[in-house]
Design a protein around this ligand. Structure first.
Ligand code: FES
Length: 113
């Protein structure tokens, strides 16, 4: 069952090519805007818990600001290093609010190798 929680206002969401940190019900989220589409990723990098929301966008991925581990914004699959993966949360816009579904972590369909 979906658990949609307000993450931030639409006007606060990052511009194209930007990321930001936010929190929804105590869960740290990295909100990324790639090509005008918002994606919500677990904010905490699996390497040493660097804040992905303080990183940057490269192509369709977010780069961790601490040691440059890189994760695709739609699948959460690590592009560097390839064996890692982070959680991705469904996002929707309702009126002036950006919501995330904390219940349903999106399956990428791609298992890290
Ligand atoms: S903490 Fe993210 S790459 Fe090291």
């Amino acid at each position: 069952m979906a658990e949609w929680v307000r993450l931030c206002g639409l006007s606060e969401a990052p511009a194209v090519g930007q990321v930001m940190e936010a929190e929804a019900a105590g869960v740290g989220i990295c909100l990324a805007n790639v090509n005008g589409e918002l994606s919500a990723l677990d904010n905490w990098c699996p390497h040493r818990r660097g804040p992905l929301g303080q990183g940057w966008v490269e192509g369709e991925s977010v780069v961790c600001p601490w040691h440059s581990w890189t994760f695709h914004v739609k699948t959460g699959v690590g592009e560097f290093p390839v064996k890692e993966k982070i959680d991705i949360f469904p996002v929707k816009i309702e009126g002036e609010d950006v919501l995330v579904d904390l219940e349903r972590i999106q399956a990428s369909g791609v298992e890290p190798t």
